[in-house]
Design a protein around this ligand. Sequence first.
Ligand SMILES: Cc1cc2nc3c(=O)[nH]c(=O)nc-3n(C[C@H](O)[C@H](O)[C@H](O)COP(=O)(O)OP(=O)(O)OC[C@H]3O[C@@H](n4cnc5c(N)ncnc54)[C@H](O)[C@@H]3O)c2cc1C
Length: 291
Amino acid sequence: MYDVIIIGMGISGITAGIYLKRANKDIMMFDGKMPGGLLNEISSISNYPGYINISGSELAENLFNQINVLNIPYKLESIKDVRKVDDYFEAETSNGVYKAKNVIIACGRTPRKLGLPNEDKLLGHGISTCALCDGFFYRGKDIAVVGSGDSALQEALYLSNIVNKIYLIVRKNKMRASLSLQEAIKNKENVEIVYESTIKEINEINGQVDSIVLNTDRLIDVNGIFIYIGFVPNNDIIKKFDILDENGYVKNIITDVKGLYAVGDIVKKDVNQLVVAANDGVLVANHIIND
Ligand SMILES: Cc1cc2nc3c(=O)[nH]c(=O)nc-3n(C[C@H](O)[C@H](O)[C@H](O)COP(=O)(O)OP(=O)(O)OC[C@H]3O[C@@H](n4cnc5c(N)ncnc54)[C@H](O)[C@@H]3O)c2cc1C
């Protein structure tokens, strides 16, 4: 039986792991994909203290090195279910059942989709949610970026240095991002901001994105579509517990279920940033250490 199982190895889960391990807790971390979580999809970070600029993948690698230096055990297995049994928890993967006195949910959230019929099929064939991973494939081509928040504009700026032209598709008559990002994007000569528009159809040729049709019926030829229109919390394994708000986010880092905690983007918050997610990890670890 572990003291703590941490589900999710993004910055919030790893931070909790670092503090718990240094306090000699017997812990096990799990991730269904790869250590670093969302970090692996961020092209450039300029607001993380201590780094003037760092790529998400480099910060993820630094975190991974830190886990290894501290000998924090982890398994790259997806947790399918978490249950409370008496005064402990069981976390189940396809490889087995793991027991712990405490569980920290650090599962993050997943980018929202447009909801178009051929969207899933075209993911990886012209549709992407990761400029850092896929931007390279669109060198010299025309693409659409959908969204107007900080993430959309940050990634559009990165892509503007790679692609020929970007059509930034904005649903309303103004953007949501911070003013500095809005200024930066407006100064890019190869970015056309298309206000009051949504994509109503994606046309494909040979299974690849070929063009989009907007709600205004404008047809735009693009080889790629990068979607940044919000997120859905990864809460499937904790829906049975009465700890979620009306949007599916965990209400508090210390939940009403004794021994069950949540950190990072899966917790309801006003600002979803790396330092805030890491902060959750410290607070929860400290609570468990002092419990
Ligand atoms: C495009 C983009 C740009 C951003 N830029 C910045 C920036 O410049 N500065 C900044 O401060 N923040 C930025 N952010 C926000 C920041 O990335 C997030 O707030 C932070 O990474 C959240 O960390 P997390 O640990 O909560 O979750 P995540 O990083 O999402 O990690 C969650 C992990 O849980 C794993 N997981 C989920 N379910 C399970 C399961 N059932 N079993 C096992 N593992 C599971 C996932 O595989 C994942 O690895 C950006 C976000 C995006 C999308």
